[in-house]
Design a protein around this ligand. Structure first.
Ligand code: GRF
Length: 208
C-alpha cells in the first residue's frame, strides 16, 4: 500500500515535470520586461515562451523576439477586439498570457478562453494610479503630483476592466525628495525586472 502510494506520487511528479506550459507575451513597447522574462525561461524544460504578440510594427520588443528566435504576431485592433486572435493562439497551443507593456484592452474572447491565465504588470501600486490612459510617464507624473511617499509595481490578473483584476503581488519603492519622473520610472523598471519574472515562475509552478 505504502509502495503503491509512493509510486502514484512519483508518477504524478514525473508527469508534472514533463508538462510544458506554452506562453505568449503581449508587448508593444521597448520590451525590457519581455527580455527579462525570456531570459528567465530560456533554459527551462517546463516553460516555453512561444510567441510575442505586438500591435506596433517597429516596436523594440520585436527585435528582442528576433534575437531570441521567438515567433511574433502583429495584430490589428478590429480583429483583436472581435476575436482576440484566439485561433492563432490556439495554433501555438498557448496556455498562459503575460502582458508586459501592452496597452489595448483585452477582449472578452480572450478573458473567457484564458480564465485566471492572463496577467499584467502595472508601474504603480494599484488600485491607485490605474485605469485607461494611466501608462508610462503619466503614471509617475500623477504619483509625483499627489506627493506620494511611495510608489511601486503591481502584478495582477487581467479582467475586462483596465488595471482591475485581482492583485497577485506588489512591491513598493520610496519616492524621495526631488524625485523626477525619470528617476521614478527607472526605480519602478528595476523592480519590474527583478520581480516580474520571479512572480511568473511562481505562478506557472502552481499550474504545472
Ligand atoms: C512597464 O513599465 C510596465 O509596467 C507597463 O509597461 C511598461 C513596459 O516597459 N505595463 P518595457 O517595454 O517592458 O520596457
Amino acid at each position: 500500500m505504502i509502495n503503491d502510494q509512493k509510486t502514484a506520487t512519483k508518477v504524478l511528479e514525473d508527469n508534472k515535470k514533463q508538462q510544458i506550459k506554452h506562453v505568449a507575451i503581449f508587448a508593444s513597447g521597448a520590451g525590457s520586461n519581455a527580455k527579462k522574462i525570456i531570459e528567465r525561461f530560456e533554459n527551462s524544460t517546463r516553460v516555453k515562451i512561444d510567441l510575442i504578440v505586438c500591435n506596433k510594427p517597429g516596436a523594440g520588443v520585436l527585435q528582442i523576439a528576433e534575437a531570441a528566435n521567438i515567433q511574433t504576431l502583429i495584430i490589428g485592433k478590429k480583429v483583436f477586439s472581435d476575436t482576440g486572435y484566439l485561433d492563432e493562439l490556439k495554433n501555438y497551443a498557448i496556455d498562459f498570457i503575460i502582458l508586459a507593456g501592452f496597452l489595448w484592452k483585452i477582449p472578452s474572447a480572450l478573458i473567457n478562453a484564458y480564465p485566471w491565465k492572463i496577467i499584467n504588470i502595472h508601474p504603480a501600486l494599484l488600485p491607485s494610479y490605474g485605469g485607461k490612459g494611466m501608462y508610462g510617464n503619466a503614471v509617475h507624473e500623477a504619483v509625483l503630483l499627489a506627493k506620494e511617499k511611495q510608489s511601486g509595481i503591481t502584478v495582477h490578473y487581467v479582467d475586462d476592466k483596465y488595471d482591475h483584476g485581482r492583485i497577485i503581488f506588489q512591491k513598493a519603492c520610496e519616492v524621495v525628495e526631488n524625485e523626477t519622473v525619470e528617476s521614478l520610472a527607472q526605480k519602478v523598471h528595476e523592480l519590474e525586472h527583478e520581480y516580474y519574472p520571479k512572480q511568473i515562475e511562481n505562478l506557472l509552478d502552481t499550474l504545472l
